[in-house]
Design a protein around this ligand. Structure first.
Ligand SMILES: [Zn+2]
Length: 90
């Protein structure tokens, strides 16, 4: 598994779209540093509001992983065929 799969999904302010959010230590209230929008529901509220964006990001990651996995599989097959006396792959 490649490292970059574990990249963070950054939650965004739903008003201005900025990711510069002020995470209070206990994560009870989050404030946007750019537009000042407050999220009294804290982290949970923000996750809920970002749900479709998060889904999108996760889907993108899955596609990426699938693509890489497919390529590895193809390479493995090619290697097998190359090493075989009976098949030749250009
Ligand atoms: Zn904002």
């Amino acid at each position: 598994m490649k490292e970059n799969y574990s990249r963070n999904i950054l939650l965004r302010c739903i008003v201005c779209g900025d990711i510069d959010l002020d995470y209070v230590e206990n994560e009870l209230t989050i404030t946007c540093n750019r537009c000042g929008k407050e999220y009294p529901g804290g982290y949970d509220e923000l996750v809920e509001l970002n749900q479709s964006y998060i889904d999108e990001q996760i889907q993108g990651m899955e596609t990426e992983i699938e693509k890489d996995a497919q390529k590895e599989l193809d390479d493995a097959f090619k290697k097998v065929f190359k090493n075989s006396k009976y098949f030749k792959i250009k």
